[in-house]
Design a protein around this ligand. Structure first.
Ligand code: KG4
Ligand code: ZN
Length: 347
């Protein structure tokens, strides 16, 4: 089976060709990070315009790199939700046109299902059911992966996502966008015990996440130091923030695994590249006798390979769209399979 995957939900125009679900024949990512950096974050209209300019050559290149033509494909998968609506619409409309012209099935893919699938590419032995911590710039979800296309959400971010917290803390500390990776690098030489930062207590669902209090505490700490003319060691603060986020994510994940009987755990999404999150979760899994799957760093961020892989499983499950496919900025992961099998559903 040959599936083309197209991703344009945020600031990466990406595409890939997957053979038999997990074999990645080609993978191209055109990143816009350098352009958005000067504004301190993604500017949605600029993102849409760059996707418009890049999508044709990116898709042409993955087909050429894979040595295939449109007629060789079994289907065209595209991220249709969630994400920046203007950005999503570029990929969705491009994929629609391609599917119509090539007379190939169109497969709408949920972006988070794509992140989850990044682990299948690197670890073909990983099979549902298992527990997956999905942590990106826009989402923090604890997901029960019931099958390749069906999911249950145990916990979610009530306010800022983990990646958003990394980025906002890093920005307050003076690091460029996207700050998560800079904070990660800085923390390598910092003392993680230097600052005691708050861990939220959440009423109700114990698996839910809240990171806005941590972000506010970091911003307040920096303001107070500035007002008093005190120097703050950025590396120490970076290490303290990273350790706090890694501890929160790990504690929730291990608790959910224990209480729901999972011994196989995975992590996915941009934040799964964080060295502190990876090592803290790995140690906790080792201590509890759980097996942990993590994507390679190259597949943690947004990419087309994860969409091609998720699209392959979705193709098998009968998830399809016609020319009326619309993008959605907010679609829930748990609604994907149902809506994807109902081509009469108009979003
Ligand atoms: O999954 P992703 O590439 O895009 C979304 O779907 O949102 O995730 C991007 C997020 C950003 O917040 C970025 O700062 C964060 O992942 N990120 C990191 C690291 N690398 C990427 N956060 C912490 N440490 C990292 N090494
Ligand atoms: Zn993402």
């Amino acid at each position: 089976m040959l599936i083309l995957g197209i991703e344009s939900s945020c600031d990466e125009t990406a595409a890939s060709v997957a053979r038999n679900y997990t074999e990645i024949l080609s993978n191209v990512v055109a990143s816009q990070v350098d352009e958005h950096k000067q504004y301190g974050g993604v500017v949605p209209e600029i993102a849409s315009r760059r996707h418009c300019e890049n999508i044709l050559w990116v898709v042409q290149k993955v087909l050429d790199d894979a040595g295939v033509t449109l007629s060789d494909l079994d289907g065209i998968a595209v991220t249709a939700y969630p994400g920046l609506i203007g950005a999503l619409l570029i990929g969705v409309n491009f994929a629609k046109g391609l599917a119509l012209a090539a007379e190939k099935p169109l497969i709408p893919v949920h972006h988070l299902a794509g992140h989850i699938a990044s682990n299948y590419i690197a670890h073909p032995d990983l099979k549902p059911p298992y527990l997956c911590l999905v942590v990106s710039g826009g989402h923090s979800h604890l997901v029960e992966v019931m099958s390749y296309t069906s999911f249950r959400i145990l916990g979610r971010a009530r306010d800022d996502a983990a990646g958003e917290c990394f980025d906002k803390c890093a920005r307050a500390m003076g690091y460029p966008y996207p700050g998560g990776i800079h904070l990660d690098k800085a923390s390598k030489t910092g003392n993680p015990q230097a600052f005691s930062l708050p861990k939220p207590k959440i009423a109700g669902n114990p698996y839910d996440f809240s990171f806005s209090g941590l972000k506010t505490a970091v911003i307040n700490l920096l303001h107070h130091a500035q007002q008093k003319g005190e120097e703050i060691c950025r590396e120490d603060l970076a290490a303290s923030v990273q350790t706090t986020i890694a501890d929160i994510l790990t504690t929730h994940t291990i608790r959910a695994a224990r209480e729901h009987g999972y011994t196989t755990i995975a992590i996915a999404g941009g934040v799964s590249a964080n060295s502190g999150v990876r090592s803290t979760l790995q140690s906790a899994c080792d201590k509890n006798g759980y097996t942990l799957y993590m994507p390679p760093l190259s597949l943690c961020g947004d990419n087309g390979a994860m969409i091609a892989c998720a699209g392959s499983y979705a193709f098998d499950a009968g998830i399809r769209a016609d020319a009326a496919l619309n993008a959605s900025a907010t679609m829930k992961l748990t609604d994907w399979e149902r809506i994807g099998k109902d081509t009469t559903a108009i979003l």
